[in-house]
Design a protein around this ligand. Structure first.
Ligand SMILES: Cc1cc2nc3c(=O)[nH]c(=O)nc-3n(C[C@H](O)[C@H](O)[C@H](O)COP(=O)(O)OP(=O)(O)OC[C@H]3O[C@@H](n4cnc5c(N)ncnc54)[C@H](O)[C@@H]3O)c2cc1C
Length: 474
């Protein structure tokens, strides 16, 4: 049998034994696979998506999205605002569509986890792990030449407003600045998990099944049996001593529930870092599609829970994001070369819940709370100020009913408007916490090393275990 089996291809159903079966090949699953396979364990990875290569990442980004985003990229929350909450479905998981920013968990968050969750690990305990993963991902400061005009204008704006700023560490050595990270890196420079971890796991002997959507997990005696199937109906059954669940914070809870796990916190405590952005329009060429897209940010407000980052929206995405119609829409679209997308996410205190799944779509309830709305109000003022001070003549904010704001109006325009969550064009990219880690069995689904309470040989290794919102790209 080949080491990579595509269940979408014709063939017999498979049945296999292993030491460890891993569900999902994203940031968590791939890291577990690489580590465990290198220690000589027989590892089988089951991934619902396909194995895409750089040659698959050509053509329109919207067509590419349909291939690599889960549920065609149409995942939204329900609640007091409908929030776009995409995840990836491919070998490499969401890392195939992420922007490549690599930040360590801040020390103030580790302190919070110690005080609130009793998790007694500090930077000195985690540093060796961060160093190992950063070496796999080849994390470094982006090439200044590729940061382009976006970094220059944000640096100028932040300087004038008086907020510390700087380039964001990322995992794409050799990046040539096509600003397409979130639609599959067309050059393979971004070291997503399918590049930085899965090949190494395969080299150490791991097996990978693609188009293998897990639909059943059960225990038989001391072993775990996992069944996966492709849309074409071909299946694989894996019998293993241990299970690593790594289907991501939106899908791990339902799989564990279906496996019989009953814990009151399973699926709850969801944090997402809700985000809002704006397009700044400048009187000069910006070229956000020809630079590192998420290359520059504001350092100064991170401890306060606001993380500002530039974004390079491709033309097609800008076209479907503009809040304008008719001739005005065309006028703004013609300004695309002069535009820069800039936004921020909030270290949320609101908590959501994965209620279940409807035809493969996670049903997520999330209400933006008052404290987070206060953060949004403050953050939007900073967003406007930095863009205007950076030279923008107009800001097109992600606020419904406030389609464009001129420099002479400035952020003062926000004083006249009290904002509700549903007034904001919100999105979120960091689901976490739905099987959270802690020392108290009553409030945490997994213990301090990720073992599922009540199932000693099951470990969760994905965004689900993050104990609370971290205010940094996870
Ligand atoms: C547009 C975007 C930009 C982002 N940018 C950044 C960034 O710059 N920096 C950063 O740190 N983070 C970023 N993130 C977030 C980051 O990529 C995720 O936090 C991270 O990938 C989560 O890892 P995970 O292991 O929890 O899940 P994932 O990486 O999502 O992996 C889960 C895997 O499980 C598979 N799976 C799910 N269900 C099943 C099933 N039933 N059977 C088999 N397989 C299954 C999925 O297909 C997927 O491959 C971004 C996210 C998005 C959407």
């Amino acid at each position: 049998m080949s080491q990579v089996v595509d269940l979408a291809q014709p063939g017999a159903d498979e049945s296999i034994e292993a030491d460890v079966v891993i569900v999902g090949s994203g940031a968590g699953g791939a890291a577990a696979a690489r580590t465990l396979a290198s220690r000589g364990l027989a590892v089988v990875i089951l991934e619902a998506g396909k194995f895409l290569g750089r040659n698959d990442y050509a053509g329109s980004v919207l067509v590419r999205s349909a291939a690599i985003y889960a549920s065609l990229g149409l995942q939204y929350t329900v609640g007091n605002a409908s929030i776009f909450l995409p995840t990836g479905e491919a070998v490499g998981g969401t890392t195939t569509i992420n922007a490549g920013t690599c930040l360590r968990t801040p020390p103030w968050i580790l302190r919070h986890w110690r005080e609130e969750q009793g998790l007694d690990f500090g930077p000195q305990d985690l540093d060796p792990y961060f160093e190992r993963v950063e070496s796999w991902l080849e994390v470094g400061v982006p090439d200044a030449k590729l940061l382009g005009v976006p970094a220059t204008v944000i640096a100028q704006g932040a300087e004038r407003v008086g907020i510390a700023h700087g380039p964001l560490m990322r995992n794409a050595p050799g990046c040539d600045g096509q600003a397409a990270c979130c639609f599959g890196c067309p050059t393979g420079a971004k070291r997503s998990a399918d590049i930085a971890m899965i090949p190494a796991a395969l080299q150490s002997g791991a097996m990978l099944f693609t188009h293998a959507r897990v639909h059943e997990v059960r225990t038989e005696g001391r072993e775990t049996v996992v069944h996966a199937r492709s849309a074409e109906g071909r299946s694989v059954s894996v019998r293993a001593r241990s299970l690593v669940m790594a289907a991501g914070a939106l899908r791990t809870p339902s799989l564990l529930r279906a496996a019989g796990l009953r814990h009151p916190m399973l699926g709850r405590q969801l944090t997402i870092h809700p985000a809002v952005g704006a397009l700044g329009v400048f009187p000069f060429h910006v070229g956000m599609d020809a630079c590192v897209p998420q290359g520059y940010g504001l350092e100064g407000l991170r401890q306060q829970g606001l993380l500002f980052e530039t974004a390079g929206l491709p033309f097609e995405v800008t076209a479907i994001s503009l809040h304008a119609i008719g001739p005005r829409y065309v006028e703004w679209l013609e300004q695309y070369p002069h535009m820069l997308a800039f936004g921020f996410n909030v270290r949320d205190t609101s908590r959501g819940r994965v209620l279940g799944h409807v035809r493969g779509l996670p049903l997520v309830r999330y209400d933006v709370g008052a404290a987070d709305m206060t953060q949004f109000s403050f953050g939007l003022r900073v967003l406007f100020d930095v863009l205007f001070q950076g030279g923008a003549h107009t800001v097109l904010p992600g606020i419904y009913g406030m389609d464009e704001v001129a420099a002479r109006q400035g952020s003062r325009i926000l004083d006249a408007r009290s904002l509700a969550a549903s007034d904001l064009d919100l999105s979120a990219y960091h689901p976490m916490g739905t099987a959270r880690m802690g020392v108290d069995p009553a409030t945490s689904v997994v213990d301090e090393v990720g073992r599922v309470r009540g199932a000693k040989e099951w470990v969760v290794c994905d965004g689900s275990v993050v104990p609370s919102s971290i205010g940094a790209n996870p």
